[in-house]
Write a protein that binds this ligand. Structure first.
Ligand code: SAM
Length: 326
């Protein structure tokens, strides 16, 4: 229905799909869900949105032509999509990155978050605007590298985070220009599933990690309503320019730092990985000491899977946040 509505009422499509996607998370920090049971909530919402779409299709409209959409949007590179979002990210939001790492690492009983990051050499693979590279430096890393292939991301990171021994470099994560066994901790958060070959990224991050040291790998999972909705939205929303959607969301008062919604809509590639395949890839690299984060932050899908019965109907395999010992 949104596919049809996009040609006549793109502004409503932005609002409708924003409402849909935010309800697909186990928790929304900005608006309290009225219905606690997520399966019930999402089913009800789907019905309501279908009715709204039906009614809206009868309303009049102006012809909106998105000029040069093909060139402007479809050729947009992953980094460019994020750079647009990072620029509007508030400084306060970026500074939360340190706490996010701490909250997630507390899940692993064998890790002491106060000392774990106080090591010589850390790398943040696919650092984007550099928020986690900075956080890893704050958490005690002596020398922290942040690498990304996006000019915009690296430029922003260099501008925002100027610290001694915090080094940003432009590199392709599929072919890292670092020696094998050279890092005490490798952090790769939400990157591999946006490349053309997530298994190659896994190979690379394990290669550069020192034996006995750890790799943090965050990947999207698959299955359930959540991931199939994302797949469809990723195809559909590219028909509306990112700047246009951003403006609509600004107008309805969405805090501009909630880029989790927008990245799904505009990123050129979003692979939904299978846990089984990820584990097989790691096994082939002779890595078997793998811990999966179980609970996480309230917005993490792991939290939903842990706290709601039949959560897998919505979130499938959830997200994968893995702590891997080489
Ligand atoms: C979702 S963002 C994650 C950024 C950061 N890790 C974070 O959690 O804030 C994905 C990042 O992966 C980068 N990326 C995607 N494919 C890449 C590649 N082949 N080489 C280097 N960076 C890549 C993008 O430029 C983007 O900055």
């Amino acid at each position: 229905m949104c596919k049809k509505l996009i040609a006549t009422h793109p502004y409503f499509v932005v609002i409708i799909l924003h409402e849909y996607i935010r309800n697909l998370f186990p928790h929304d920090p900005h608006i309290k869900f009225k219905i606690k049971n997520p399966i019930k909530r999402i089913n009800l919402l789907q019905n309501q949105l279908i009715h709204i779409c039906q009614d809206l299709a009868n309303l009049g409209h102006y012809n909106i032509k998105f000029e040069n959409l093909k060139e402007v949007e479809l050729k947009t590179k992953t980094g460019g999509v994020y750079a647009k979002l990072w620029k509007i990210f508030s400084e306060k939001e970026n500074l939360k990155a340190k706490n996010y790492i701490k909250e997630r690492f507390k899940n692993f009983s064998n890790i002491n978050v106060n000392s774990f990051f106080k090591v010589k050499k850390i790398i943040d693979v696919g650092c984007g605007g550099g928020r986690y590279s900075f956080a890893l430096k704050q958490l005690g890393g002596q020398k922290v590298y942040g690498v990304d292939f996006s000019d915009d991301g690296i430029k922003l990171a260099k501008k925002n985070y100027k610290l001694k021994n915090l080094i940003f470099r432009k590199q392709d994560v599929l072919n890292l220009n670092f020696k094998s066994n050279s890092f005490d901790f490798v952090y790769c958060n939400g990157v591999a599933h946006h490349t053309t070959n997530y298994k190659k990224v896994i190979k690379e991050i394990v290669r550069i990690c020192k034996p006995g040291c750890y790799v943090w790998l965050y990947l999207y999972g698959r299955g359930g309503i959540y991931w199939s909705a994302r797949r469809e939205m990723n195809k559909l929303m590219k028909k509306i320019p990112q700047e246009y959607s951003q403006k609509v969301l600004d107008m309805i008062g969405m805090p501009s730092n909630r880029y989790i919604f927008m990245d799904n809509w505009y990123v050129p590639r979003e692979t939904h990985c299978s846990l089984k395949e990820v584990l097989t890839t790691l096994k082939k690299l002779r890595v078997t000491n793998i811990q999966r984060m179980k609970v996480g932050r309230k917005t993490d899908l792991e939290y939903g899977l842990k706290n709601y019965k039949n959560g897998n109907k919505i979130w499938g395999e959830g997200e994968m946040r893995l702590l891997i010992k080489k």
